[in-house]
Design a protein around this ligand. Structure first.
Ligand code: NDP
Length: 282
């Protein structure tokens, strides 16, 4: 029997998740269906209940429902607890529970470490933003042994995220020979005289083509500038390119976080490289 899955958001028409999961399913021989569902802004919980009643096995959750999904889940992975946001639900897990996970951090780290071939251990990493996406990736970045600085337009949110992530350092098994450092959270002013090996844009500034107030001297030689957005060149990517950084968009992260969700649901790890390559062509 075909197992049913879906991605839930509002709006949702832009989502590439059905394409990604259908490619994973074809590649691994898994008998699943995966569709887009636009839930009403006040109807996320009711939509999840309907899916549970109809026997869906799981769903991906996107803007603006990741925080509601966190509240709805009856069991949470460590990464979801840290992020206080959920992007993957496993429905009717062990009979009647809803398992919530956050695979964004895994997706970002895997893309940087394996697809782009850049180790984060001992690297100075700047994370720009303190919203849902930044919350999901802060600790996984530290877990790689990076020295993390978080800045945000609203500096208090950056500071809160840094403190919150720092509180979780001991809750994850740290890899051998990898050290984690407490991050610092601050405003854009703080970085005026600093250089970073990896600069990650986790803001939604690119959606409105807004520029970030970054100093042009921010990139170390051979720095990576990573924008979580994908599908077009953002002002951040253009700025980074003009100032000598290697630039990457968030398409790899999108596919890698989906692969982790697929593994949670199906127990099989798909090969992400051909899926990323296929999406680059569309
Ligand atoms: P949120 O709405 O939760 O957070 C938005 C963040 O962007 C906040 O930190 C906000 O700052 C900041 N921001 C917005 N506009 C500006 C601006 N003009 N200048 C400076 N900062 C700004 O969004 P998410 O965290 O969920 O998503 C952020 C981005 O990450 C989106 O572009 C999303 O598409 C992308 N993303 C990509 C994924 C992938 O798999 N590739 C996965 C998840 C997200 P403030 O707090 O001051 O308002």
């Amino acid at each position: 029997m075909t197992d049913r899955y879906a991605v839930i958001g509002n709006p949702i028409s832009h989502s590439k998740s059905p394409q990604i999961h259908q490619m994973f399913a074809a590649q691994t021989g898994q008998d699943i269906s995966y569709e887009k569902i636009e839930a009403p802004l006040d109807g996320f919980a009711a939509t999840i209940q309907r899916l549970r009643d109809e026997g869906y096995k799981g769903c991906s959750v996107t803007v603006p429902f990741k925080f509601e999904a966190f509240k709805l889940a009856t069991e949470l992975s460590t990464f979801a607890q840290i992020a206080e946001a959920v992007n993957t639900l496993k429905l009717n897990f062990r009979g009647n529970t809803i398992l919530g996970d956050n695979t964004d951090g895994h997706g970002l780290v895997k893309d940087i470490r394996f697809n782009l071939g850049i180790k984060l251990n001992q690297k100075r990493v700047l994370l720009i933003g303190a919203g849902g996406a930044a919350s999901g990736v802060a600790l996984p970045i530290m877990h790689q042994g990076a020295v993390l600085t978080i800045i945000n337009r609203n500096a208090e949110k950056a500071s809160n995220l840094a403190t919150h992530a720092g509180n979780f350092i001991d809750k994850l098994p740290i890899e051998a020979n990898v050290q984690s450092y407490a991050p610092s959270g601050c405003s854009f002013d703080y970085i005026s005289n600093q250089k970073f090996d990896v600069v990650i844009n986790a803001t939604s500034a690119g959606l409105t083509d807004s520029e970030l107030p970054l100093p042009p001297t921010i990139f170390s030689p051979n720095a990576l500038a990573y924008d979580m957005m994908y599908g077009r060149e953002t002002p951040f990517m253009k700025f980074a390119h003009e100032h000598g950084a290697q630039v990457a968009d968030g398409l790899g992260m999108l596919v890698e976080q989906a692969a982790e969700a697929f593994y949670l649901w199906r127990g099989v790890r798909p090969d992400t490289a051909p899926v990323i390559a296929a999406l680059r062509l569309t």
